[in-house]
Design a protein around this ligand. Structure first.
Ligand code: FES
Ligand code: FES
Length: 200
């Protein structure tokens, strides 16, 4: 543990409203920015993101590791933020959905990240609750396997549950980005592409 980290007992009540709770000073690298903050010692990374930093793109679905809605990238790998203590994320590069578009633009791109654009173009969302986690899991997949098979996409998104879409458009959106990255047309046009073709 870095020497500057300290623990302190506050007189604030805990969630039950009675006992003092231990606080921890944290230093987190999130979307390229360094954050120093104090948070309850037992808070998960998801709680710190949402309730201390206001980064609410990471969703709190089941809060027990079942749904994938809280997925963020830690050192480029998908991690369930609801299962990771915030203190364990120190010294690691955390990426949330809020960081994708700025990173894309810093790299010289326009607009949002290509995966975000593809999810939009393919209509790969309804309520959108699963979408940040889906996109970040897909981001990690495409970083290590730029041109995955459909089975590899299925496997990479296997921990991200969606109650709304039936997954078809989500898979098409990921395949769209993979094909476009390889200079190819996606084999099964997504909804928007089909609509555009009809309009021609
Ligand atoms: S909120 Fe983390 S897996 Fe469901
Ligand atoms: S769009 Fe609603 S859970 Fe996926």
């Amino acid at each position: 543990m870095p020497a500057w980290i300290a623990r302190a007992e506050l007189t604030l009540p805990d969630r039950a409203g009675t006992m003092p709770r231990a606080m921890r000073l944290l230093r987190l690298s999130i979307n390229g920015d360094e954050h120093r903050l104090a948070a309850p010692d037992h808070w998960t990374l998801l709680e710190v993101l949402r309730y201390a930093l206001g980064l609410t793109g990471s969703k709190q679905g089941c809060d027990k590791g079942d749904c994938g809605a809280c997925t963020v990238l830690v050192d480029g790998e998908p991690v369930l933020a609801c299962l990771l203590l915030a203190g364990e994320a120190e010294g690691r590069a955390i990426t949330t959905i809020e960081g994708l578009a700025p990173a894309h633009r810093r790299a010289g791109g326009d607009g949002a990240d290509p995966l975000q654009e593809a999810f939009d173009a393919c209509g790969a969302l309804q309520c959108g609750f699963c979408q940040p986690g889906m996109i970040l899991s897909a981001k990690a997949l495409l970083a290590r396997t730029p041109f995955p098979t459909l089975e590899e996409v299925h496997a990479a998104l296997g921990g991200n549950l969606c109650r709304c879409t039936g997954y078809t458009q989500i898979l098409q959106a990921v395949m769209k980005v993979a094909h476009e990255g390889a200079g190819l047309e996606a084999p099964r046009p997504c909804w928007a592409t089909a609509r555009d073709e009809e309009a021609r």
